[in-house]
Design a protein around this ligand. Sequence first.
Ligand code: FAD
Length: 234
Amino acid sequence: MYSILIGADGANSQVRKLIDKEYKPNGFCLEVEEFPIKNSNNINIHFDCFYKGYGWCFNKGSFSTVGFGGEYNKQKILESTELSNVIFKYYNVNSKDVKGAFVPFGKFVKNPCKGNILLIGDAAGFTDPITGEGLYFCFKSAIYACNAIKDYFSYNNKFTLEELYLPKVREIQEKIKEANKLKKFIFNKVFKNLTFAFLKNNLEFTKYVCDDIISTYTRNYKHIISSYLLSRLK
Ligand SMILES: Cc1cc2nc3c(=O)[nH]c(=O)nc-3n(C[C@H](O)[C@H](O)[C@H](O)COP(=O)(O)OP(=O)(O)OC[C@H]3O[C@@H](n4cnc5c(N)ncnc54)[C@H](O)[C@@H]3O)c2cc1C
């Protein structure tokens, strides 16, 4: 028995089944931890090596993380995996300890609260569909859930948990929706090379996107160009 149940059990959430039986995460990634990889930068990103996704090599001092991920598509997955193995070959990764995981990739649970059950983080599908990052939304939704529960008790059940939690998580969902729209453009066959060449050649803009959008979401993807230009003017 429980008074309130929070589903914080990740992409393959069991608690989610009590709210939405149909949901399945739409992203997939493979990753391996290796000895430090020499002759590479600390942060290496390889676009275009997975279906609507990317590959990475992060040097973390005593070890490196090499992997790739993107949208899970049964038709494209073999083709994508073969393509992405190039990354392991490129970094000379021989390890057999490759780990795989399904991840939400811009697909969220529409109403992640039903009765006295709330979902947060990956269980609710709160990840950025362009980067696959979920830590920011995971903490944000956890804060919203805490506040909703606190208010639920302090208002003596005057409002339901759904009334208190859902309007707050709509903010997260709106950000994900915006990113989903931009993703269609970014991973479009025609525009993708142009976009990545632009990011590579305009590091100040890329830094702005990483700092103000991906890391903190203080700006919206929707206003990516206009807010950048405004910040330059200031
Ligand atoms: C390879 C990889 C790299 C990533 N890199 C980044 C990154 O650089 N930046 C970023 O922001 N995000 C990254 N993410 C996404 C990020 O890890 C997730 O969005 C975030 O961890 C979600 O947090 P969570 O608490 O919702 O779920 P999780 O971190 O998955 O935590 C869920 C917990 O619930 C437990 N659990 C599950 N089922 C049960 C059960 N039945 N009973 C008991 N316990 C259970 C699990 O063991 C786990 O501890 C990455 C994901 C992957 C797979």
